[in-house]
Write a protein that binds this ligand. Structure first.
Ligand code: GN1
Ligand code: MG
Length: 348
């Protein structure tokens, strides 16, 4: 890592490097220099992101666009290498990038109050609003068909057929649950394909931990983890945030349900930050929450069947527990469908 750090223009000499454990995909480290300056060094997961250059180019385009806009939310800037590259490659083909650590900030795994969660809604909502006129076709899809739920079902079926670890036989109930919902789970994608809703610049990974809060005031400072910023639907960002934050427990927690008060707090703030959404987009937000939850469960289940090549796990059945938790949350959303719809109407 010393070798890699030498390639970046640091303010001082690095004296400590500690792993940051949040996040299932990239590996991140907190770097402290003798000057007191701190940085985040990150190794991008190339199994997940095949084209690191495209990610960095997307970020450059967004930054350039937002620089000129008064209402623009702040964005973290990566620091170019000494050779002027946006990331450094190591001998093993690893891709490393560096950004300043935002001092006095917090990244919460889950919201600790309705206020925290509403702050994340404002941050993601403002991000989407500030980019409402950005020409989406200029962005590269860093992971093609990322929230194409029917495609996620195809990947699940392929994993069921291949069954490389012999885990399929353990999964009766989980597979039944998912497959029984395949048709409804395709609705959002169908709306996209029929052009019922506009393609927006979306973040696509809107968990609470991807917003930095001011440690004192707990107001949102900025959104982070912009690797999956791509053309998408507003319902993806609303939906994934609800999936991750409006649950009664952790992402892998047994029997989690929908926290309706958190759902309400998020909806109110998100709608206030996104006055540009069309009536049809607003109508699809609850379906987005359910679809993102089911889809995430399917992705965890597919990874479990495949021997866990994608998501970092803490123990062998972790992805299975995550999938079960997401399905439990999706089932509860089915029971709360009317409430979810009514709250969107109320805050419109
Ligand atoms: C991954 O890397 P991280 O933790 O921000 C994943 C998201 C999932 C999330 C589930 C690129 O996000 O799509 O919703 O885990 N990111 C990617 O916690 O696949
Ligand atoms: Mg991410």
């Amino acid at each position: 890592m010393e070798e890699i750090l030498r390639r970046f223009p640091l303010d001082g000499k690095p004296v400590a490097v500690e792993p940051i454990t949040a996040g299932h995909i990239n590996r991140s480290y907190l770097v402290t220099c003798d000057s007191g300056r701190r940085y985040v060094l990150q190794r991008v997961n190339r199994f997940v992101f095949h084209n690191v250059g495209a990610i960095m180019e997307n970020l450059r385009l967004l930054r350039e666009y937002l620089r000129g806009s008064a209402e623009a939310p702040p964005m973290i800037c990566f620091i170019d290498t000494m050779e002027g590259e946006s990331y450094a490659e190591d001998a093993a083909g690893g891709a490393w990038r560096l950004c300043p650590y935002v001092e006095d900030s917090l990244s919460l795994l889950r919201p600790e109050s309705e206020k925290d969660f509403a702050q994340s809604a404002l941050a993601f909502g403002r991000f989407q609003y500030a980019l409402r006129d950005f020409p989406v076709e200029r962005l590269t899809e860093t992971i093609p068909r990322f929230h194409d739920t029917p495609e996620r079902f195809r990947q699940l079926r392929a994993a069921m057929d291949a069954d490389p670890c012999g885990r399929r036989s353990e999964l009766g109930r989980e597979l039944d649950f998912a497959l029984a919902r395949e048709e409804r789970a395709a609705r959002l994608q169908n709306c996209r394909e029929r052009g019922e809703v506009p393609l927006r610049v979306t973040h696509n990974d809107t968990k609470m931990s991807n917003v930095l809060l001011d440690a004192q005031t707990r107001r949102a400072l900025c959104v982070i983890d912009l690797d999956t910023v791509m053309p998408g639907l507003s319902a993806y960002d609303f939906g994934d945030a609800i999936r991750a934050g409006a649950a009664t427990g952790a992402e892998d927690g047994a029997g989690i349900r929908l926290n309706l008060a958190y759902y309400a707090a998020f909806s109110r703030a998100f709608l206030s930050a996104c006055p540009h959404l069309t009536a049809r987009e607003r109508e699809l937000l609850p379906l987005g929450a359910w679809t993102m939850t089911l889809e995430c469960g399917i992705r965890f289940l597919t990874d479990y069947l495949s021997g866990d090549p994608y998501f970092a796990i803490d123990h062998p059945t972790h992805n299975l527990e995550r999938a079960r938790a997401q399905f439990s949350l999706a089932a509860d959303m089915e029971r709360r469908r009317d409430d979810m719809r009514d709250l969107i109407i109320k805050f419109t």
